[in-house]
Design a protein around this ligand. Structure first.
Ligand code: ATP
Ligand code: MG
Length: 579
């Protein structure tokens, strides 16, 4: 390919919304252009990388026995009603009514569609297991699209769905996918960690996330120093703390105090001379769309939106609206009292750390009032009573342990996730098969996603310097960049073209910078677009029959005789491609 024939609009300036390096560089290097919030056009370089990533994924999926299909992006909402996910997906799913009054969604994923396909096409255990995948655009109306294509609204995803006849068979497919994912990320040149994850709205029994450690990642990886445990923040289980010393009787009785205009935890703490860890936060939620429940966590802790539903028996939970909170607490939002809650709501879910508190402060069920000397176990029950559950329902924090080992925290970008789904979708959509004894059974499913454009953004996020992208050889838009320095010198141009032709012949993916611009411009753009290897042909070098070869990561070029340039470049390239 010739540079002059490609649309590579490199720029110096980037829009203010480009907050992180990968976003800035993908714009500066002319990989993408924004169309609207969370939607991007891929220009030739960006698309080339995307295609290479997709091809690696495709090869590994095929090698693992999965079959490629392609499903529609527009899906009837009826299918989603059958699984209840029309509600569970909420506003993230984009819906529209067509000219015939039919309601549709823009696919945020495809469990429903693929399960209905299998329901129609598969009937016997002899056809199982089967693993179907596609690589296609998904649409999610993300609350906060940002970071360019790292979190876009429209994104390219590989999604695979397996249908198995037994739990053991699912385990086998899950392992095949897990191993295939490892190879995908290795070939893409991405360092990754595998963490245990929650299954969330997907349902099912087990899940792992593949995460690229990176400061700007939105995920938090929680792990032990010896690597024996790694989970994402939603999943990370913490050891219950020991009960704080002191017997309930030693504390004075509860006392109501006037706290005018003190709303936030910090304001109340300052006013009452206490600490967030001595406060109890009652949070009112709705479970399964109807049951009002309350969760109690310490003032310095965050409720975990994935652990609470587990404690509630797998029901979907969401924060109650203001009216509900006010009616439960008979006060403005923020003044709920943990005492007597068990009588008012369908369930009280108490975090281990609240149960372990000696004494605490909380709202008074009265606007502008708080209560001190609340003793968990004395002033509200921790056990015995119906609907009272003590569980791990908060996010892990610094200082927590898991199996006695200290938990450490780092940030990461989730690039892929595998799930054991079980029979949630197959039961609801009738994906059954006849087993060897002629009995009808629901297929046991798994699903497996990879974010293709997120891989590219993550690779740049961890692979760049001040001058531009540093892309792994297997996913860079081109493998080698050939730069003739003096376009007006026939000999330079001839040699460069000869090297270019020979590299192409040898099987390399090569870009020839044939533009009539200053060498400085060529070098700047070369660094910016991040091609892993470059060969520079200049008048001065040619006098000694030499050209320069430099990997993007090298400080300085190496002089190589023209005659050896192609062999030398291919040798380096082969090495770089075997990551
Ligand atoms: P996240 O937690 O980041 O929103 P998710 O867990 O909802 O992602 P999955 O449903 O597991 O995403 O989708 C499979 C893969 O698709 C993810 O691992 C990720 O790589 C990619 N992906 C998901 N959402 C986006 C997005 N908004 N932009 C780009 N890639 C995405
Ligand atoms: Mg995920």
């Amino acid at each position: 390919m010739r540079y002059s024939k490609l649309l590579i609009p490199t720029v110096k300036e980037v829009p203010a919304d480009a907050e992180i390096p990968s976003h800035r560089l993908m714009i500066r290097a002319g990989f993408i252009r924004k169309l609207a919030s969370g939607t991007y056009t891929y220009l030739p370089l960006g698309l080339r990388s995307l295609r290479k990533i997709a091809e690696i994924v495709r090869q590994e999926m095929n090698a693992a026995g999965a079959q490629e299909i392609l499903m529609p992006a527009v899906q009837p909402i009826e299918l989603w009603r059958q699984t209840g996910r029309d509600v569970a997906y909420g506003q993230t799913m984009c819906r529209f009514t067509d000219r015939h009054g039919r309601e549709n969604v823009l696919a945020p994923t495809a469990e429903e569609v693929v399960t209905s396909l299998v329901a129609a096409e598969i009937s016997s255990y002899k056809q199982l297991p089967i693993n179907l995948y596609q690589i296609s655009f998904k649409f999610r109306d993300e609350f906060r699209p940002r970071f360019g294509v790292l979190r876009s609204r429209e994104f390219l995803m590989k999604d695979a769905y397996s249908f198995n006849e037994s739990a053991e068979s699912l385990d086998e497919t899950y392992r095949l996918m897990y191993d295939a994912y490892c190879r995908v990320f290795e070939r893409c040149g991405l360092p990754y960690v595998i963490v245990e994850a929650e299954t969330g709205e997907m349902g099912g029994s087990g899940s792992h996330q593949f995460t690229v450690p990176c400061e700007n990642g939105e995920d938090i990886i929680v792990h032990t120093a010896d690597g024996s445990y790694a989970a994402n923040l939603e999943k990370a289980a913490v050891d219950p703390p020991p009960k704080t010393k002191g017997k309930p009787k030693e504390y004075p009785p509860m006392e109501e105090v006037h706290t005018p205009d003190k709303r936030t935890i910090d304001e109340v703490c300052e006013f009452l001379n206490t600490k967030p860890e001595e406060m109890i936060k009652p949070l009112i939620y709705v479970a399964g769309g109807e049951d009002i429940i309350v969760a109690l966590v310490r003032g310095d802790h965050e409720l975990n939106a994935e652990k609470l539903p587990q404690a509630v028996g797998g029901k979907h939970v969401e924060p109650a609206d203001e009216k509900t909170v006010e009616s439960v607490s008979s006060a403005a939002v923020g003044f709920a009292r943990p005492v007597d809650m068990a009588e008012k709501v369908s369930g009280v879910f108490i975090d281990y750390c609240v149960a372990a508190m000696g004494v605490g402060v909380a709202g008074a069920n009265k606007t502008d009032y708080h209560v001190r000397n609340i003793v968990p176990g004395r002033d509200f029950p921790l056990e015995g009573e119906k609907h009272v559950v003590v569980a791990d329902i908060r996010n892990a924090v610094e200082g927590d342990t898991h199996d006695g080992k200290k938990l450490l925290f780092k940030r990461g970008i989730e690039v892929g996730q595998v799930f054991k789904l079980g029979t949630k979708y197959s039961r609801k959509l009738g994906a059954n098969f006849l087993d060897a004894n002629g009995a009808e059974q629901p297929c046991i499913m798994g699903c497996y996603g990879i974010g293709i454009n997120r891989i590219l953004a993550a690779a740049i996020e961890i692979g760049h310097d001040d001058a531009g992208c540093i892309l792994p050889a297997n996913i860079a838009p081109f493998e080698v960049l050939v730069i003739p320095l003096n376009n007006d010198k026939v000999e330079v141009v001839d040699q460069a073209t000869w090297i270019y032709d020979k590299l192409v012949e040898a099987g390399a993916d090569v870009l020839l910078d044939d533009r009539d611009v200053r060498p400085g411009v060529k070098f700047k753009d070369a660094d910016l677009i991040g091609i892993p290897l470059r060969v520079v042909i200049g008048e001065r070098g040619l006098k000694e029959s030499n050209v320069e070869i430099k990997r993007r990561v090298d400080e300085k070029p190496t002089l190589v005789p023209v005659a050896d340039a192609v062999a030398e470049a291919m040798k380096l390239l082969d090495k770089m491609k075997q990551t």
